[in-house]
Design a protein around this ligand. Sequence first.
Ligand SMILES: Cc1cc2nc3c(=O)[nH]c(=O)nc-3n(C[C@H](O)[C@H](O)[C@H](O)COP(=O)(O)OP(=O)(O)OC[C@H]3O[C@@H](n4cnc5c(N)ncnc54)[C@H](O)[C@@H]3O)c2cc1C
Length: 286
Amino acid sequence: MKPSYRHFDVTVASIRPLSRHFTRVTFTGPDLHEWGWFGADQRIKVVLPGDIWRTYTIRAARPELREVDVDFVSHGLTGPATRWLAAAAVGDALGLIGPDATSGAEPDGYVWRPGDARTLLLAADETAVPAVAVILEGLPADATGHVFLEVPTSGDALPLHAPDGVKINWLPREELAYGEALVPAVTAWIDAWAAEWAPVEPIPSATPAPLPAAAIDEASGADAENTEYEILWEVPEQAASADLYAWLAGEAGAITGLRRHLVRERGVDRKQVAFMGYWKLGRSEN
Ligand SMILES: Cc1cc2nc3c(=O)[nH]c(=O)nc-3n(C[C@H](O)[C@H](O)[C@H](O)COP(=O)(O)OP(=O)(O)OC[C@H]3O[C@@H](n4cnc5c(N)ncnc54)[C@H](O)[C@@H]3O)c2cc1C
């Protein structure tokens, strides 16, 4: 069987600012009718000039038009991806490593597996807003849950389509440090949830448990290189049959803090939670 992911040559078809920090880039390419997007938080690699790759999320795909959208976050000019974005122009060539619809393989390269959980918790910073947006668009109409999204400023709250039972909380960071808006809001929600549904005596956090070595989901060949990138990546293969399914993605330090609270202090089963450090402060992806 062919690998589930492969390289696609693409060029920039359009660049559209969505807010001060989000920019939608639409790519087009001769083979994109063979792009195999199925939704959720499906990740890809953007291969920049110089063969530098970065991990992004498919925000939308229209294989019939040979188009793929990626929403990029600008974070200054500190990394190759944001430097590329700042200078990007229609017609620029680059590569995408993405799902191959002709491979015949099962869909992979995604984490979202809520099983039959009745309550959904999604917590993310701006880098995972594109993934959350797609996940929300794919939820059944009767889904219920809470979404916490930390973004740089209030102007970065994007229009999202979610079922009525899913409450979206935008958390502008403004002058705060990364995670300082997200972590307290999610912690408070978890505490309220645990008090009602899973009464576990909080365990003092004076001696935090050592974190496991980065567990990299190698389901997709696209992420094989990530083994050198020591960030928290702990995702259940199949969600436990439980009331709660939580999907947490963002800056690695913030997600690590949330993991400690959920698992150690609140006793939440790790099979109910996907913990994903999407990036790490002070560290390049590769
Ligand atoms: C599964 C997955 C899906 C992702 N999806 C998206 C997506 O759809 N859109 C998106 O914009 N990002 C997404 N990301 C995050 C993206 O891969 C990183 O932000 C990436 O490191 C940016 O590359 P860079 O070349 O700009 O910076 P790097 O060279 O990787 O890093 C350079 C410096 O910038 C810092 N840095 C990196 N990212 C940020 C940031 N967002 N804010 C502040 N400082 C930062 C690093 O800590 C480092 O100090 C995703 C990551 C993963 C793992």
